[in-house]
Write a protein that binds this ligand. Structure first.
Ligand SMILES: Nc1nc2c(ncn2[C@@H]2O[C@H](COP(=O)(O)OP(=O)(O)OP(=O)(O)O)[C@@H](O)[C@H]2O)c(=O)[nH]1
Ligand SMILES: [Mg+2]
Length: 209
């Protein structure tokens, strides 16, 4: 009988302006679904997703934060102790790219040293048929990622383009021995006091990857 695969827990936080598609990216990754009119996140939502690799299992503990300005003060609570972050913008909304730059610099100065950050330009489907809808050039994203040492992807939560790839690229950068640190916000399954957005939070499920 083969030994059970080692599980590595990875705390991941999503940050970005309201309505850029953070929750939609998570929904696509965890359930392979998309909702045309997704409701804004209130506070934050917590989900987990396990991904099996030949040598180990990665368990993503995902904190999906609310982008609305009124929740901005909560963000440090969610990125504290995060090993990885997705900073998301909407490639049709230049303001959301400015906000993404701010998140990257805040993470660099306030989050755990060595945090793995992926910069994600979402809603690619909107420009595939009509390039004039694009307001942030792909090269702008690439350049910021190169300057700051980030992973970079353009995605579509709607079609699924590159969504799994973002999480797989992050998983590949997680060192073998790394574990989710204790302290700060713990996984919701360990702390019933955490206020969850139950419309989004769901049970663990196996990764299709
Ligand atoms: N066309 C298109 N629409 C998208 C995509 N991703 C999300 N949307 C839509 O954009 C809207 C906002 O998506 P959300 O996932 O709720 O955005 P959010 O970043 O979680 O927003 P907050 O929770 O308020 O911070 C919803 O109506 C989604 O259906 C995408 O890749 N393509
Ligand atoms: Mg949301």
């Amino acid at each position: 009988m083969s030994a059970p695969r080692k599980t590595t827990s990875v705390k991941l936080v999503l940050l970005g302006e309201a309505a850029v598609g953070k929750s939609s990216l998570v929904l696509r990754f965890v359930s392979n679904e998309f909702q045309e009119n997704k409701e804004p996140t209130i506070g934050a939502a917590f989900l987990t997703q396990k991904c099996n690799f030949p040598d180990r299992t990665i368990k993503f503990e995902i904190w999906d934060t609310a982008g609305q300005e009124r929740f901005a003060s909560l963000a440090p609570m969610y990125y504290r102790n995060a090993q990885t972050a997705l900073v998301v913008y909407d490639i049709t909304k230049p303001q959301s790219f400015i906000k993404a730059r701010h998140w990257v610099s805040e993470l660099k100065s306030q989050a755990s040293p060595g945090i793995i950050i992926a910069l994600v330009g979402n809603k690619r489907d909107l420009v595939d048929d009509d390039e004039s809808a694009r307001k942030v050039a792909e090269d702008e994203g690439k350049q910021l990622a190169e300057e700051e040492g980030l992973l970079f992807f353009e995605t579509s939560a709607k079609t699924g383009l590159n969504v799994k790839d973002v999480f797989m690229a992050i998983a590949q950068k997680i060192p073998e021995e790394q574990k989710a640190p204790s302290g700060g916000l713990r996984g919701a399954e360990e702390d019933s006091r955490v206020d969850l957005n139950s419309a989004v939070a769901g049970p663990e499920s196996s990764c299709a990857c």
